[in-house]
Structure formats: C-alpha cells, structure tokens
Design a protein around this ligand. Sequence first.
Ligand code: AP5
Length: 218
Amino acid sequence: MRLIFLGPPGAGKGTQAQILQERFGAKQISTGDILRENRNKGTDLGMLAKSYMDKGALVPDEVIIKMIEAELEKLHGGFIMDGFPRTTAQAEAFDASLRAANTPLDAVVLFNADRETLFTRLTARWTNPRTGRSYNSVTNPPRVAGIDDEDGGPLVQREDDKPETVTKRLDVYERQTAPLIDYYRKSGKLLEINALAAVEDVTRELVSKVEAAEKAAS
Ligand code: AP5
C-alpha cells in the first residue's frame, strides 16, 4: 500500500493514517510529526521549522524534500504520506523519487471537509506528544480528560491550534496545497472521501475505495 493523504488541516488525515497503519502495517509518514519531534529535541531542523510552524506557514520545500528523502531511505514496504506533499514543487520531487525507485503510488486520497468543521476540530484537539495519537474534546474525547487512553500520560494542545493560527493554516492550504488536487486528478489516482462522517465511517469508505483502486490496478 503506497498512499498519499491530501486534505486541509483537521480533516482527519493523521487519525486515519494511524488506523490504517495498525490495520495494514503501511508506515505512516507524517511530516508534521517529524518536524515536531525535531523541535522537541532542539535540532537545527526543528529550530528552523518552529519559526514557520508557529506562524501557520509552510516550512521551505528544500528542507522538506531533503527530510522525506532521508525517510524513504529507511523505508521497507508500504507507506501513508500524511501531510506531504503540500506544494507542487514537493509533489514533483516526490514523483521523481518514486519513479527512480520504481514504486508507483496506489492512490491519493482527498479528505473533503468544510472550513467551519475544520476550525472547530482543530481548536478542540488534544494530542499525545509521545505517540501522535489525536483526540478531540468534543467529538472524540479520551476516557479521562487530558490523559491518553493507551499510555496514561498527559495530552497536550498544539501551539498552532490557537484560533488565529488555525485561520492562517486554512488559508495557506487553500493557496499552496489545494492546487495539488488538480495535479493528482490528472494522474488518475485521486480518490475522494467524505471526511465529515464519523471516524469509523470515514475508515470504511477509505478502505473500500483504496481496495477497489488496488483491485482495478492489478
Ligand atoms: P501537520 O502536523 O501535518 O498539520 P496539518 O496538515 O495542518 O494537519 P493536522 O495534523 O492539523 O490535521 P489532520 O488532518 O491530521 O487531522 P487529525 O487527524 O489530527 O503540519 C503542521 C505544520 O508543519 C504545518 O502548518 C507546516 O508548518 C509544517 N509542515 C508539515 N508538513 C509540511 C510540508 N509537507 N511542507 C511544509 N511544511 C510542512 O484530526 C483533527 C481533529 O479532529 C482531532 O482532534 C481528531 O480527533 C478529530 N477528528 C478526526 N477525524 C474526525 C472525524 N471523522 N469526526 C470527528 N472528529 C474527527
């Protein structure tokens, strides 16, 4: 399984990538999680990324492309790209890497959701910084507020989930990432799903469309 999850902030890409990773073993590669991990460790990459992330802006393409190339070198088997590519330059560089490795994509899944829902989801999100597992105090709360169901450790709210930064991130998506919808539609690999449904219904639609695409390709 080689997939890209494309969609606006808060559409549920990370939530579904974790579910599919557990179910099918394809590795979730979240550029946001890798950048946050670097920021928490205080690496040069993390410090550079922080200045962009805190503003809700994208980290420069050359930094992201280099980071993904390093991830691909470690990879054995399938992947789910969660939050990458986000610009045409990133998509073109990724296409070139996939072509060189003779590992074509199975599908690009577009998560459709309206701006109002995305805003509400993001400003109510709580995350486990150790595993990346995501909750929502309104739609998907943990059993005990502020505590992860699985490891019992504290949940945190992301810096960039403040209302003013969320608005900027949604604008950046429309301007810089939404053009990729047409880019991948032209390749014939785009699958669209309704990201407004309940988590388990989104998973059902996602799995059935990806399986149908794999069957049609084989
Ligand atoms: P990143 O971490 O990738 O953030 P994002 O794309 O903005 O996506 P999110 O993680 O906010 O949303 P999601 O779609 O994964 O939703 P989730 O499943 O968590 O990027 C952060 C920053 O890093 C960027 O702004 C940029 O600066 C930088 N960056 C990263 N990649 C980059 C790149 N390629 N190039 C340049 N810069 C880059 O769900 C959200 C909430 O909704 C949760 O609370 C969840 O529980 C809830 N939820 C999920 N699904 C449902 C559902 N079906 N129903 C109800 N609630 C749901």
